[in-house]
Design a binder for this molecule. Structure first.
Ligand code: SF4
Length: 231
C-alpha cells in the first residue's frame, strides 16, 4: 500500500496515509477502507514515523489521512507531525474527521495553534435521506450551515443510485458556499454493499466534471488512488 504522495495540481501539497486505532464509527455503507487499522499504538507509530520521514515540506502544505478520523491517531504520531511540520516549515495541515468528533475540533486547533489547520469532513452529500438512510453516514443534522460550522473542507461521494445531475450540482454549489474547498470522490467498486451507478457517473463526467475540472477549490478523484496513496 502506498502511503506517501504529492499532489501537484490545484492546491499543491504532500499527502500521507497514516494508520490509527481504527474508525470509531465504522458504519458507512460504502466504505471498506476502515480495515486499515491496528490496535497496537507502537506498531502504528513505527509505521507512521517511516511514512512521515518522507515528507519534505516542499509545498509548506501537508494533508494527513488515516482511514478514519485524526482523533484515532496515537499521541506520539501527533507529536511527531507537529515536530516535522515545524522543522520543514509546513504551515498548513489538513486532517480528516467524522462529524461525531466535532466538539473536539476546537481543542485540536489549540494544540496545533502554530499551524493553519484545515479540518475536512466526510459529508458525502447534503441530501439527508440519501446520506443517512442509504449511506448510513451518521450525521443526524439537516441544517447545512450547522453541519459545516467547525469544518473547512468536505468530501463528497458521487456516482451512486438515487443521485441526479440536479442533486450533484446542488451539493457542489452549497459545498463551495459553506467550505473553503471540496473534494469529490467518484464511487469505485469495493467490497461494500454500495455499488457504483454507471449512469450517474456518466452524467457527472459528461455534464458536471468539465465545469469544475479547472476549479482550484474542487479536487476530483475519479479513482480513489488519484491522490497517489492507497491501493
Ligand atoms: S467512511 Fe470514514 S467514517 Fe465512514 S466508516 Fe469509513 S473510515 Fe469510518
Amino acid at each position: 500500500m502506498e502511503r506517501y504522495g504529492r499532489i501537484t495540481e490545484k492546491r499543491k501539497r504532500e499527502i500521507v496515509l497514516l494508520r490509527g486505532k481504527g474508525c470509531a464509527y465504522g458504519k458507512c455503507a460504502f466504505c471498506d477502507y476502515y480495515l486499515d487499522k491496528c490496535c497496537d499504538e507502537w506498531e502504528n507509530f513505527d509505521l507512521n514515523s517511516r511514512v512521515l520521514a518522507r515528507v519534505t515540506g516542499e509545498f509548506s502544505d501537508l494533508e494527513i489521512i488515516n482511514s478514519g478520523s485524526v482523533f484515532e491517531l496515537d499521541i506520539a504520531t501527533l507529536d511527531l507531525i507537529k515536530r516535522i511540520c515545524r522543522d520543514k516549515n509546513i504551515s498548513v495541515i489538513h486532517f480528516e474527521s467524522h462529524y461525531l468528533y466535532r466538539e473536539k475540533i476546537y481543542q485540536l486547533r489549540r494544540e496545533f495553534d502554530a499551524f493553519d489547520l484545515k479540518l475536512k469532513l466526510g459529508l458525502e452529500t447534503f441530501d439527508y435521506d440519501l446520506r443517512e438512510n442509504y449511506l448510513n453516514k451518521g450525521i443526524k443534522e439537516r441544517d447545512a450551515r450547522r453541519i459545516a460550522e467547525v469544518f473547512d473542507e468536505a468530501n463528497f461521494l458521487f456516482g451512486i443510485r438515487g443521485q441526479t445531475l440536479d442533486s450533484m450540482r446542488k451539493d457542489i454549489e452549497l459545498g463551495l458556499k459553506l467550505f473553503e474547498r471540496i473534494c469529490i470522490n467518484v464511487m469505485c467498486e469495493n467490497s461494500s454493499s454500495v455499488k457504483p451507478d454507471r449512469r450517474v457517473i456518466d452524467d457527472f463526467i459528461n455534464y458536471i466534471y468539465p465545469n469544475y475540472v479547472d476549479d482550484g477549490r474542487v479536487d476530483i478523484l475519479i479513482n480513489n488512488t488519484d491522490f497517489g496513496v492507497g491501493e
